[in-house]
Design a protein around this ligand. Sequence first.
Ligand SMILES: [Zn+2]
Length: 73
Amino acid sequence: MEFPISECPYCGNDEVSVKCKIIGNCNYNIKLDGTRDAYNGEMYDCTILKPMQKYAYCNCCGKRLFKHEHITF
Ligand SMILES: [Zn+2]
């Protein structure tokens, strides 16, 4: 995947974020001893991400960086 920038021009961070809505169903695993350490790593495999913003934002300084038609969800 190619992006118009390789880092945030404001702070140098190399990650962006896009606010998304998560739609889907999952089986949520729960330990019977009351702790919260049951494995739920596959929870997002059966979900659909719908972007709620047209732009990608730096996930460090929060500046708007580019239109995210380049990102596949
Ligand atoms: Zn930044």
